[in-house]
Design a binder for this molecule. Structure first.
Ligand code: IPE
Ligand code: IPE
Ligand code: MG
Length: 259
């Protein structure tokens, strides 16, 4: 294949790459703190700027046939941060919900939360339940916010529920399968993520969707989350489109199928 011929390169990509939009995009929104520190501002300033990016990215996904957008907002390990940063993040979470839910609803966006919400204040939990109820019938985009979420937590709570069902006689241990475990995860009713994005330069999963990322295409960018915009997202999606997803097959098998 002549690499200097951009047309033939394009068509070869179309043949081997997915060339389709990702249905489900999952993002680790990282780099708020460093973005603020670079400006000699408190970390809180970075988190506030990060909310603006969330708005832009949600808007883009709603417009561009993305079915599910999952955003990692607060990990089960983020409680280890200084108390004042944790309180600030909780207050920002509450304020953002209060301000944005009606707008999300008007834009036909369904809001969902995954994670252990028992750790949140009663007021915040009530607001989360109310926001989910208000938007549950919306059909344009499902916006999943991972809050006090950890991949290990998700697997543990799934195993706990399965064990309870076995103890109660509703299931037998022989029934445990990949499909059954999947059905007990917090993402049971959602398609698996097609594209994973992490901003902020780190190349790690930090206990995000451990089970669900088994065949997800990974994309890492040094761009800090407050600087990430619709163009940056488009770049990530374009990268996704050039990937050949083999799911264990050979490239030749895929070419054969596409003929
Ligand atoms: C991500 O940005 C936001 C949350 C974890 C809530 P960080 O706060 O982790 O920013 P850095 O990584 O310190 O720059
Ligand atoms: C991951 O970012 C969690 C969120 C973006 C909510 P962190 O900044 O907490 O991850 P580590 O600690 O660098 O792995
Ligand atoms: Mg970070």
């Amino acid at each position: 294949m002549p690499t200097d011929d951009s047309n033939s390169l394009e068509s070869a990509r179309a043949l081997i790459g997915t060339n389709t939009h990702p249905r489900h995009i999952a993002i680790i929104m990282d780099g708020n703190g460093r973005w603020a520190q670079k400006r000699f501002m408190p970390r809180a300033f970075g988190h506030q700027a990060g909310v603006k990016t969330v708005r832009k990215i949600v808007e883009y996904c709603a417009k561009h046939e993305v079915e599910v957008l999952t955003l990692f907002a607060f990990s089960s390990e983020n409680w280890r941060r200084p108390e004042d940063e944790v309180s600030l993040l909780m207050a920002l979470f509450m304020a953002t919900l209060q301000r944005e839910v009606d707008k999300l609803d008007r834009n036909n966006i369904r809001l969902r939360f995954i994670g252990d919400r028992a750790a949140f204040s009663d007021k915040l939990q009530a607001k989360m339940t109310e926001a989910e109820a208000q938007t549950q019938d919306n059909t344009a985009l499902t916006l999943v916010i991972a809050a006090n979420y950890g991949g290990r937590w998700d697997l543990s709570q799934a195993f706990r529920t399965v064990a309870e069902k076995i103890a109660a006689g509703a299931l037998r241990h022989q029934d445990i399968s990949e499909q059954l475990i999947n059905q007990h995860l917090s993402t049971a009713d959602l398609p698996e993520p097609d594209l994973f994005i992490r901003t902020g330069g780190e190349q790690r999963v930090s206990n995000f969707l451990l089970w669900q990322l088994a065949y997800t295409e990974m994309y890492f960018t040094p761009t800090l989350w407050p600087d990430f915009d619709q163009n940056s997202l488009e770049e990530a999606i374009n990268s996704f489109k050039t990937r050949q997803r083999r799911f264990g097959h050979t490239g030749e098998q895929l070419l054969e199928q596409s003929r």
